[in-house]
Design a protein around this ligand. Sequence first.
Ligand SMILES: [Zn+2]
Length: 595
Amino acid sequence: MHAFRAGVAHATRRISWSTPVPQTLFPSCMTRGLRVTLVVAPLFMNVVGCDSDRNALVPIQDSGGSIVLPGDIPTDVQEYHYAFNLGTREAHSKLNLNVAPPGGDCVTLHAPTGISDLRWNGAAPVDAEQDGGSLRICGPSLYAGQIILEGRFLVPEQTYDFTPVGFTRTQARDNTVFSYLLGWVEQCDRFGLCDDSPASQARFVLDVTHARGELTLCPGQRTQVSQTHTRCELLQTPAPTYSAFAIASNPGWNRTEWLNVDGTKLIFFETQSGRLARSLSKPEMTDFLRWAKNLLGPLPYGQELRIAGAPTHWLGMEHPANIILRDTLPDLPNREYANMTRHVLMHEIIHQWAGNRITMAHATDFSWKEGIAEYLTYVYELSKWPADAAKTRAHWDRLARTAMYYPGTSDNPVPFLTFAGETYGTGSMIFFVQLEDLLPGGQETIVRAITDFLSGPPRARSVAELQGALEQASGEDLGDYFQAWVYGTGDADWPTFQTDAVRANGELSLTVTQSALQPGKLYPAKVVIRLKGDTQELDVPIDFGLHPTTGTITVSVPFEEDVKSIGVDPENRVVSWNANASLSPLEAPPQHWIF
Ligand SMILES: [Zn+2]
């Protein structure tokens, strides 16, 4: 079930098949739990009633002679073989599913309505039921092994839920046409049979039929089989469906081997007037790529990283071994980031490890995915261009303090896009920047936690596991911190810091009080207060600690001049509301970019 797809109809639709129904069918009301009971008391279960019109329960033998009980096989797709014709939009899906003992006889997958030519191990299935966005397919029972499911689908040329997700053909630069089949989080079932659970990773083979000579990109190792056929194979490191269900093409693209960094190639695909590669510095990207590989290991999807310019609304997208960049990035005002093109490309490269190789356990883990891609980009920016990094941080701070959701929200945000657009700020600030000032070792500790989190076999990981990695690296208990800042339901509530500077007997005392909309809530935080006099300026760190017991701290400050102004968090390091806004977030959110 999609966590955030609104208005899905749940009408059940039975699909009729020409194949005769065999005698080994079982009531559709049977669940896996019931089948476990059946092992213990088969005679009793045989007489349990069910409103199904199917036959009574009888354990059966599969072709290997093992006893198989009827019921649902947990969906475990190992490999997708997806064939798509860019001209006709005809798609053929072939899924290789793993069946673990005790097996079963039905599989439920996400699927659009209109799937035709369903096949279960090469033959028509014995039954198939469409229920909203799900398709339950039943065939001969299997104790263990593999099931190959197939289906055909005509992919509509349309987009969904205010996003560019779907299949589109768009007028591009130099009088060319850009075609894009774009999946995203819990959306791969727009294109055929698919398990759209974010945590599911699989191997992929994509066969794309296209116009003669049309340059076509898809995930993994790319082979030009013929003038009209491109094949992509992603058969080693598995990838998630949110990024791997992707095909991009433009007959006007030129291929340019732009950079070779110790065997890793960055290859650009742009039309004649494309300016992406031209606006980037080769020495800068060489150094960044070396830094990223040194931190995170070799690129997970091969030594060839393809970067294509396209007229996309989103600034970029991290497909495995392929990055799509908005072709107008060099023309956008450097308002949110000091160098839009460089920042977005570095961010997408980090996603090859953070998002693809290690992916989200749940849709709302989008916050760690974007938080890590942004934060590591920022750490590199800070080491080379501190002023650019400060601008990045200021944008995040504004994104976060105007956010509607906690980064670990237990809500199902609808539309998901609203939540997604905020996580670039909430994820970066709350998981990382704020903790730099609260954890021993600061940034070094955080980066070590991130590399630990991204290491090990490819798999799905959650915000709770990121908390564990940060605790492991720092030796600190982050329970109070994550409870206050990360988890929650409903509108996000951030602290407001009120300040008061009083001089008595020549000594200046500064009092800082944090308050929240939720009564009694205390935020673990370390916030800097900047005092300004006529000629002097002083930053005073106020540390509420990781386990605050009070919301008010008073300190004596060695400041001789009269205080002319008091600034809260001048370097944008703590998410907080402006005290002048009377405890309410009146500020308008900044531009929400998705990339
Ligand atoms: Zn991203």
